[in-house]
Design a protein around this ligand. Structure first.
Ligand code: FEO
Length: 388
């Protein structure tokens, strides 16, 4: 049973999910994920979002435990994605006097997910509008596309708490002891990464608020050093590199392109580049690879030519980068091909669709396996990467 005290009158009633195989059917979550939900206890009681349907029983038990026989007045819905909205229907059926508090966009989308009769059961709020619970005054701040169009965040003026929806979320169940930045970065870049501009707009609005606690919909409640987390969000949403370093992502069929990628990593380390990470696109976690592409200022793509095109896992990686608005980086290219190498040309063409990408010369061309000529090209690329 979870009943975590955030303040005297704000309680956590969310749930950890450590059995989900893939979050959003695409992200591995070795330490699970938490679906956060909160209760504000006042003259009126507000529930801040529900949780995924997978955690229905636990959530209702947590809720009843905190309510101690009282009835909730409001369900504030900040995001309709099913990992948070999964229990709206059941909640509204169980508490027929409760009203949903949300914005017009979310309200219009509700029937896509639920068959609720909403007559007299909704309060529509717009930017800056307030809801008084008694002592607590909630202000609603619209945050479209962080991460869906209907998203809003809620600021509790009284206790200076920001209920930040997906913002400042993190993979990993709450009982996991792990570094915040690594899994929050993987979460942010892969889930919200495309919407940097919208996140920047929200950060601007948040800067005008006096925030003491951030309550996200996933991951730990942030109570200290908030400038650190906000600073990370400024970097990530601005598509700025966080650290100096090189990500080498390779797509290798029989291992020879991988060998060249690892050789380049050695060369870079010998030249004093401290952060070099090498990912096998056929086997390693795609989300982790994308995370490092954003983290570092330089990237190298190494791919085999396949069926007169690109080896598919490299195509897939580039498609992910494009869809996440990847930009502002320096990129080196290694291509392989046993009779008609074309991977380099195709990777360059794909990068041309992204903003502010500088492609380094030379493009290293390997014919099947590294030889003296291609090794010399690799050395030149390593040189250029250290200068970039
Ligand atoms: Fe955690 Fe966009 O849902």
């Amino acid at each position: 049973m979870k009943n975590i005290t955030i303040t005297d009158t704000i309680r956590y009633i969310g749930a950890d999910d450590k059995t989900i195989d893939l979050f959003e059917s695409q992200y591995v979550v070795p330490n699970g994920v938490s679906y956060n939900s909160y209760v504000i206890l006042d003259e009126k009681i507000a529930i801040m979002d529900t949780v995924d349907a997978r955690a229905e029983k636990e959530w209702f038990a947590n809720l009843e435990n905190v309510l101690e026989g009282r009835l909730p007045d409001y369900l504030v819905v900040s995001h309709l994605e099913p990992d948070h909205a999964g229990n709206i229907q059941k909640f509204m059926e169980k508490y027929p006097e409760a009203q949903i508090v949300t914005n017009a966009k979310a309200l219009s989308m509700l029937p896509q997910f639920f068959t609720l009769d909403m007559s007299g059961r909704s309060i529509v709020v717009a930017e800056g509008e307030e809801l008084v619970l008694g002592n607590h005054i909630l202000t609603f701040v619209m945050a479209p596309m962080v991460h869906w169009p209907e998203v809003m965040v809620t600021y509790d003026k009284t206790e200076k708490v920001l209920f930040s929806a997906d913002g400042f979320g993190k993979f990993g169940a709450l009982d996991t002891e792990e570094d915040w930045t690594c899994e929050a970065r993987r979460y942010y870049i892969n889930i919200v990464g495309k919407y940097g501009m919208q996140v920047q707009a929200l950060l601007k609005k948040a800067a005008a608020l006096d925030i003491r606690i951030i309550c996200p919909l996933h991951g730990p409640i942030l109570t200290e050093d908030l400038g650190y987390y906000i600073g990370k969000y400024q970097i990530w949403s601005g598509y700025e590199p966080e650290d100096k370093g090189v990500l080498i992502a390779y797509a290798s069929i029989h291992g020879n392109t991988g060998k060249a990628a690892r050789k380049l990593a050695e060369m870079l380390k010998e030249k004093g580049v401290e952060n070099v990470s090498v990912f096998d696109l056929a086997r390693d976690d795609m989300a982790e690879t994308i995370e490092d592409a954003y983290r570092y200022d330089r990237m190298v793509l190494a791919a085999a030519t396949y069926d007169g095109g690109l080896f598919p896992c490299m195509e897939n990686f580039l498609a992910h980068l494009r869809s996440k608005n990847f930009q502002k980086r320096t990129v080196g290219i290694i291509e392989n091909g046993s009779w008609a190498p074309i991977a380099g040309k195709l990777m360059k063409a794909s990068l041309a669709d992204m903003k502010e990408i500088t492609v380094l010369e030379p493009v290293v061309t390997i014919k099947s396996t590294l030889n003296k000529t291609s090794e010399a090209q690799l050395e030149s690329l390593a040189q250029e990467l250290t200068k970039a």
